[in-house]
Each structure stands twice: as structure tokens, then as C-alpha cells.
Write a protein that binds this ligand. Structure first.
Ligand code: AMP
Ligand code: ZN
Length: 479
């Protein structure tokens, strides 16, 4: 915890539809699971909005003094074109279209996604796990459900029987009576109830599915939902603190995850459910399957760096929809540039000091209150702007506050624009460069010219130019 007075962290829990004081199961460690990307295509900027929200959550947890154990899956198997069990396998469709194997598709788009996370300065999960590598854990979980009588086997598939789980649909507040009265007919005639879902498919569904494993029910592959239950329980235990995703996951994916997890263990599974609202484009949810979708690289090519996109996302609360347009992004770009210029100005004259303990304490407290109020980023950004504009403190104090607040924003605020474009081009390892620049500076201070020249040569080989000025060493990526 910072020296600032403690303020309770409140998070909105979709399960109770309320903001609640956050109390983790273990006092010092938060266990967090976030649903990962289905890697049949690039992440679109809507997906990335959700990963930015989850990154902010993690940073707020760190800021509150918690350690975080974060697990995210990589869906490379079993996700059909509908979130339920209808349609074709997304990975198989993509492989056919691109004339590659599903494994190649998964590998390629997983790398692309991880690069996007890097460019957006998103802190990596501690475990980023491919569903296809956790099949034994999934089979075990399905067997557990089978032993307890929650499943049935029909026409080659294992189904979860929702009628056996009385709490089904609580998260989404599904009105089961209404649903029953409406008697939606399942396309899959093997289902007893249209909302039953597949735990394990055998070849009966897709003859040409490449990814197949032996199982007690025949050679086949898992349904989509079981991976998140199996992976999270394997890495975080049978009960954990926070589970996140976009709001589209509430009615089917997370509803089914809860049913199968709690049925298997007989215990409450997750304490806090958090969901990010959609990014809307042309009045529709941005989605990979329909309409035009935009990627981070496309925005970058049009002159909007990943940090501009991150700033754009922080401008709205995660539970509000954001409507994407290039005009709105342009506004974010000019605010972000103004912010950066102001910070560069402060940074270039950061010896100038005007201590004011009371002001610093109050502003830090305000900041903490905003971020702890269910991650209110728009208001936290307003606090940052207040710091930049005030004359109650000097540049030194402002600079320290900017560095501190940027632990939450993750906007690389006190670093150079060159760095941003270099990060965007993924050519540089910024931590390594800053370490080398510092070592070189120290060598020069000691007048160890041999060492300082050696480091300079190494930086040049890495494509980095260094310049020594009266204010210290400046570095940039060579054009
Ligand atoms: P998927 O690859 O479809 O499993 O989606 C990955 C993540 O992005 C999930 O958490 C989704 O809920 C989220 N997501 C999908 N579309 C959008 C959107 N338009 N806006 C925000 N989040 C989204
Ligand atoms: Zn999931």
C-alpha cells in the first residue's frame, strides 16, 4: 500500500449486480482468470478493449498491494460459430480458408495476439495456456460430472444436463420458466433441453476435425466451455477470486462454466464476476464473424499508435459501451499528444521543485478513491490532468505523481514518442535499452570510456542512437 490513506477497493460483481468491497480468499494473493482469445483470426480492437480493462484491473490490484496470479486460456479448440453448440468449428473454418492446418492457424494468431498485448503495454498473464494442451484435465472434470450424474451420452456426444443443476442461469438471471414456456427448439435433436451443452464431441459432429484425442467416450474433442473450468481449477484451485470476460460471455459461456464447475465440486466457484462492455462500430458490436473488423495494426498504419488506442479506451468506464469512430480516435490522439507534450515539458525541467505535502497527499488520495471505485479511469485521468495544470506543486512533485499514476494507466507517459513507435514496431526491448543506457551513463561518470564505448556500440547494433545532453542521455530508434 502507498503512503496514502487506505481506501476500500470496490468492484462491480455481475453475479450480484452490485458494487462490492473486494475481499480476496487469501489476504495477500488475488487469483484471477480471464477468458482468452479464440485464435482463428487476429484480435479485433473490441477484443482488445476487454483485455485493456482486465489489465487495468490487475494494475489496480497491484496498486492496492496485492500479488496477482493471473491465468488466461488460448481457445484453439471447440469454439463453434455460435457460442452454443451450433454451427461449424471456428478453427476448422479458418484453416480451410487459409489452406493451413488448425495447428498452424492457432500458432500464428496466438503470436499475433501476444504481440498486440505487448504493444498495448498489457502485463502478461502468469500462465497463458492452450486449451489443446489441457485435454487430460478436461476429461477428468467431465468424468467427475459423469460420476455425479450431471451428464448424458447421446449420438456420440456427452452433454451437461442443466435440469440437474438448480442454480442454472443465476449469473445471467435467465428466467428458466419463461424459457421453458417458450420451448425453444434445439437444432441439435440429441439434447434433452435446448440449453444443455456439449462437454465432449466425438466424430459424430465433424468428421474432418483434425484435433482429436482419445477419451472414455471415443476419439473426439471438448466442447468450448469446459476448457475454462478445467484450466482455471488446475492453476488457481477449485475456488478463486475474480473471473472476467466481455458481456457476451454472460448468458452462455460463463453460465455454462459455473454450472459444470459448481456441479463438479459442490462448492461456490468464483467470488467476483466482472464483465467489460462492448466496443461498438457502425452501431453494432464489433465481431470477427460479421461486418468489418479493425485491428491494432490497421490503426497503427493509419497513424494511431497502440498507446493512443489505450488512451481512447481509458476515456470510458469499462461498463459503458464505447462507440468507435475515427473522429473519436482523432480526439483521443490529440489529447494524448497534449498530455505527452506537457509531460515532456515537465520532464525536461524536473529539478524545479515546490514541495507541498498536503496537496500531494490529497491528490493521491483522490486518485486512489477513483481507481478503487470500480476502476473509474475517466475520473482518474481527470485527476492526472489536474496534477499537470496545478501551480500548487513544482515539476519534481508533478513528475513523481505522473510516474506513480502511470502504474495504473500503463500509457508509457514519461517515456519518449520514439519509444512508442519502436514498441509498436516491436523492434526493441525497452527494459534492456534503458538498463544499457543507465550502465553507460554510470561508466561515463566513472570515466570508464572503454566500457561506455562498448555499450554504445552494442546499442548501435540494436538500432538505437544515443545522444548525451546537459540533461542526461537521450536515446531513440534510428530512422
Ligand atoms: P473471443 O475470441 O470471441 O472468445 O473473444 C475474446 C474476448 O473479447 C472475450 O472476453 C469477449 O467477450 C471479448 N469481446 C468480443 N467482442 C467484443 C467487443 N465488440 N467489444 C469488447 N469485447 C469484446
Ligand atoms: Zn472462458
Amino acid at each position: 500500500m502507498n503512503e496514502t490513506e487506505k481506501t476500500e477497493l470496490k468492484l462491480y460483481n455481475t453475479y450480484t449486480r452490485q458494487k462490492e468491497v473486494f475481499v480476496p480468499i487469501r489476504p495477500d494473493l488475488v487469483t484471477l482468470y480471464t477468458c482468452g482469445l479464440t485464435v482463428y483470426n487476429y484480435a479485433h480492437i473490441g477484443n482488445l478493449r476487454t483485455y485493456i480493462f482486465e489489465d487495468v484491473l490487475k494494475r489496480v490490484l497491484f496498486y492496492n498491494g496485492y500479488k496477482v496470479k493471473h491465468v488466461m486460456n488460448i481457445t484453439d479448440i471447440g469454439h463453434l460459430t455460435s457460442d452454443a453448440d451450433e454451427g461449424e468449428d471456428k478453427m476448422v473454418l479458418s484453416a480451410k480458408k487459409e489452406k493451413k492446418t488448425v495447428w498452424e492457424i492457432a500458432e500464428y494468431y496466438t503470436k499475433a495476439f501476444e504481440n498486440d498485448l505487448k504493444k498495448l503495454n498489457i502485463i502478461f498473464p502468469d500462465y497463458h495456456i492452450k486449451a489443446s494442451e489441457q485435454i487430460p484435465q478436461m476429461i477428468k472434470l467431465i468424468q467427475r460430472l459423469e460420476e455425479k450424474g450431471y451428464t448424458y451420452f447421446r449420438n456420440g456426444n456427452v452433454y451437461f444436463d442443466i435440469s440437474k443443476f438448480p442454480n442454472y442461469g443465476k449469473l445471467a438471471r435467465l428466467d428458466m420458466d419463461k424459457l421453458r414456456a417458450g420451448a425453444r427448439v434445439a437444432v441439435d435433436k440429441s439434447k434433452k433441453n435446448p440449453l444443455d451443452f456439449v462437454l465432449w464431441f466425438t466424430k459424430s459432429k465433424f468428421e474432418d476435425q483434425e484435433m482429436k484425442w482419445d477419451s472414455p467416450w471415443g476419439k473426439g474433442y471438448p466442447g468450448w466451455h469446459i476448457e475454462c473450468s478445467a484450466i482455471s481449477m488446475h492453476y488457481l484451485g477449485e475456488q478463486f477470486d475474480i473471473h472476467c470476460g466481455g458481456i457476451d460471455h454472460i448468458p452462455v459461456h460463463h453460465t455454462n462454466e459455473i454450472a459444470q464447475s459448481e456441479a463438479a465440486t459442490g462448492k461456490k466457484w468464483v467470488n467476483y464476476w466482472m464483465h467489460g462492455e462492448f466496443l461498438i462500430f457502425n452501431r453494432e458490436k464489433m465481431s470477427k464473424s460479421k461486418g468489418e473488423f479493425l485491428t491494432l495494426d490497421l490503426l497503427n498504419k493509419k497513424g494511431y499508435s497502440p498507446m493512443v488506442y489505450r488512451y481512447f479506451c481509458l476515456g470510458a468506464h469499462y461498463r459503458q459501451q464505447i462507440s468507435f469512430s475515427y473522429e473519436a480516435l482523432e480526439t483521443a490522439k490529440s489529447s494524448y499528444n497534449r498530455l505527452r507534450n506537457k509531460i515532456m515539458e515537465i520532464k525536461s525541467n524536473k529539478e524545479q521543485s515546490k514541495p507541498n505535502e498536503e496537496f500531494v497527499k490529497t491528490i493521491k488520495h483522490n486518485f486512489l478513491e477513483r481507481i478503487n471505485d470500480d476502476l473509474n479511469m475517466p475520473e482518474a485521468l481527470a485527476v492526472l490532468w489536474k496534477v499537470l495544470r496545478t501551480d500548487k506543486i513544482g515539476n519534481k512533485e508533478k513528475y513523481d505523481l505522473i510516474v506513480e499514476f502511470d502504474k495504473i494507466f500503463g500509457l508509457l507517459l514519461e517515456r519518449g514518442e520514439e519509444l512508442l513507435s519502436a514498441v509498436a514496431k516491436q523492434k526493441v526491448d525497452t527494459e534492456l535499452i534503458e538498463k544499457l543506457v543507465k550502465e553507460r551513463y554510470e561508466a561515463r561518470e566513472r570515466k570508464d570510456w572503454t566500457k561506455s564505448d562498448k555499450i554504445r556500440e552494442r546499442l548501435i547494433r540494436m538500432g538505437i542512437e544515443v545522444r548525451d545532453t546537459s540533461k542526461g542521455t537521450i536515446w531513440k530508434v534510428k530512422e
